[in-house]
Unconditional design. Sequence first.
Length: 274
Amino acid sequence: MIFDLHTHTTASDGALSPSELISLARDNGVGCLAITDHDTIAAYEQIEASQLLDLRLIVGIELSTSWQKHGIHIVGLNVDRDNSELRAGIARQQDARVSRAKEIARRLVKTGIDDSFLAVQKLAGDSMIGRPHFAQHLVEIGHVKDIRTAFRRYLGNGKTGDVKQCWSDLPEVIQWIRAAGGTAVLAHPAKYGMTWTKLRALVADFAASGGQGIEVVCGNQESNITKKLVDICNDFELAASCGSDFHQINSWSTPGKFAQLPDTVGKVWDSWSI
Ligand code: AMP
Ligand code: MN
Ligand code: MN
Ligand code: MN
């Protein structure tokens, strides 16, 4: 069975609605899907059980945090979405997203971009406001030619608009997931631009804080990276997860299309009753 345990919808910065994503995942042969929008589980309120047919849906979320000045993402899988501790945590993250967006707009003013908060808030609508909406705005006003350039110049790692000191810290975010009976998974470890030594220090802190899993395969990842992540997964006695981190069609990732996890790792779903 294909497990895709990391995907996005219009509830955060994905392009497809939850039902469009579900159809695409099913067409691609996914048997078990987790929708993991940034800091929200709103997608699950838009899904009817009848849409799923034979597709198994695992309730998930991708929570933002920071560790030693790096923006880090923790995927929570198989959570009880009615859990009050998780709900309170999500409410905090959502407030943080709004104040962060105001701060991003303030910082961008210093680089000569007119206050963009209201326009960006409008672009986000009911979705979780984030840097991709700022990127879209900068393209729409003609300030940059495309989204990539917006991230490269203004919003990416270490740039003016990369505000990350607003998030709850790593142990707290892991605790919300665990309180809701979920599995806390370190998302896309190879995408933080860290050295392997630094990444191992992060994984050590993550595991010591109650983290249980790590994404050993994320989208179209090179096989030498997967090999290193298998070692890290086993060295820290974590369970392996996998997912596309799908956001939109015709991009670098597609639901269900990625390498299988090797037999040498335990899987996050081994501990679930599904
Ligand atoms: P935020 O959740 O507001 O911190 O924004 C992070 C999101 O921006 C990520 O989940 C990606 O979807 C997107 N993103 C990050 N870097 C880039 C990039 N270089 N180009 C396009 N999108 C990006
Ligand atoms: Mn995203
Ligand atoms: Mn992420
Ligand atoms: Mn993601």
